[in-house]
Design a protein around this ligand. Structure first.
Ligand code: PXG
Length: 448
């Protein structure tokens, strides 16, 4: 299929890049030297100038089943023909119920209900609002405080930005939400550098929650939200025992625990959800990205029966939760989601990720002695490689590495400052692992 895409035609390569204000992008640099893709299949993108580049990023942590999956495209097409749109408020369509049941089946026991939205950001804000509303319904209306974590990322809504802990994402946007606080990040390079999997050191970082409880009073705190593996900030796996400890402390104080599994969901860590890997069941899980293999926007929140049922009171004609989106459970997204979950099941992709994890980790760790590498972390089929920053130009080496990868080495990777993030589709072969690591090594040397 890739061979059939004819690059550089007027259709595939727009000649005016001015109008599109690109998200989270260095716009001027992009428009001077565009990194333009026009096609994709399996492990590869094809560029506007006809080169085939290997995708070490699953696009943006989305395409866990690889690109161009016919089964998903066909499901979307068939759905568009059959039912293009239906209102999600007060009316239903069968695939929404089917997909919700399928997702609940994959989720840890006790998490039985799915609220759909269209992105990870909406999922984060939805979970935070449900948490506050739940506390109110339970007669705990003073519990409105929300706790995130330094270096956390929960999308770009005002709620997600407020509980998020990446300074650059917050500093231009004013006071955000009132009544938010943050746990410390779980990273200590001196104690954790070059760890494969969960670091031995760092469970105690969860105890900072006791400090916040002392400071604010448990009776003011609605929920804590964390990523089981902080992805956007540059891949920080949870230390051993950290999530269990967080669960114990939240439970003890009547605080809800939300896992943001927008990245860790759908196989990234070798399980349907990271909650399963760690044997820790939160009260809510947020998801997005991999649920549709990135093919149609979709996100959602999985809640416990306890939370859902608390809302199911009052007169039957009344809306129980005044929240939702026009495109919640959009028919095309539901069709894509069902087809995606079929692929994950039939090709055993979560199991495949788990089986490949040690080989992937070992291969990536071979870059330890490459120039400027100051730490490498791996977990599941994900790795973060920290490069030393150029003095007075934090992020420049990472940015140049991403550009060198795309323009010179047929490699797509993600960056977080000077950290290179690898998170390939779960379909990759051992040969692909070798190819990716070889190319990353070349890129690291190119920006030395
Ligand atoms: N939570 C987490 C944990 C995420 O990683 C979101 C929420 C927000 O999802 P939406 O669908 O609203 O974008 C994300 C998104 C990167 C990168 O380069 C990752 C994300 C977004 C932008 C860049 O690692 N993750």
């Amino acid at each position: 299929m890739l061979d059939k895409i004819k690059p550089t035609s007027a259709v595939n390569a727009p000649n005016d890049l001015n109008a599109f204000w690109m998200p989270f992008t260095a716009n001027r640099a992009f428009k001077r030297a565009p990194k333009m893709v026009v096609g994709a299949e399996g492990m590869h993108y094809i560029t506007a100038d006809g080169r085939k580049i290997i995708d070490a990023a699953s696009g943006m942590w989305c395409t866990n089943a690889g690109h161009g999956r016919k089964e998903i495209a066909e499901a979307i097409k068939a759905q568009a023909d059959e039912l293009d749109f239906s209102p999600p408020f007060q009316f239903g369509q069968p695939k929404a119920f089917e997909l919700a049941s399928r997702i609940a089946d994959l989720a840890p026991e006790g998490l039985d209900h799915v609220f759909f939205c269209n992105s990870g950001s909406e999922a984060g804000d939805t979970a935070l609002k449900i948490a506050v509303a739940y506390q109110q319904i339970k007669g705990q209306g003073s519990r409105t405080r929300l706790i995130g974590r330094e270096r956390g990322y929960h999308g770009v809504g005002f709620g997600g930005t407020a509980v998020g802990g990446i300074g650059n994402n917050r500093k231009m946007f004013g006071p955000l939400l009132n009544g938010v606080d943050h746990l410390p990040a779980t990273y200590d390079r001196d104690k954790q550098a070059f760890t494969i999997g969960e670091p031995e050191y760092g469970a105690h970082f969860a105890e900072a929650l006791e400090g916040l409880v002392n400071l604010h009073g448990a009776n003011t705190i609605a929920a804590v939200i964390v990523e089981p593996m902080a992805g956007s900030t540059g891949v920080l796996p949870a230390p051993k025992g950290y999530l269990k400890k967080l669960r114990e402390i939240t439970k003890k104080h009547g605080i809800l625990l939300i896992f943001d599994e927008v990245i860790t969901g759908y196989g990234r860590l070798g399980y349907a959800f990271a909650s399963e890997r760690y044997g820790v069941t939160p009260d809510m899980i947020t998801f997005a990205k991999g649920v549709t293999n990135g093919a149609v926007p979709m996100g959602g929140v999985i809640t416990s029966a306890e939370i859902h049922d608390a809302f199911m009171t009052g007169p039957e004609h009344a809306v129980e939760l005044a929240h939702g989106y026009t495109y919640s459970a959009h028919p095309l997204a539901c069709a894509a989601g069902i087809a995606t979950l079929d692929i994950y099941r039939d090709e055993k992709l979560f199991e495949r990720a788990k089986a490949l994890e040690p080989k992937f980790a070992e291969a990536v760790m071979s870059l330890k002695s490459a120039p400027n590498v100051v730490d490498i972390r791996t977990v599941g089929l994900t790795a973060g490689i920290d490069l030393a920053s150029i003095a007075d130009a934090v992020g420049k080496r990472g940015f140049e590495a991403m550009n060198a990868g795309f323009h010179d080495h047929e490699l797509m990777l993600r960056i977080a400052g000077d950290t290179l993030a690898l998170t390939p589709p779960l379909i990759l072969s051992e040969d692909h692992i070798g190819e990716i690591v070889d190319k990353v090594g070349k890129v690291i040397r190119a920006v030395a």
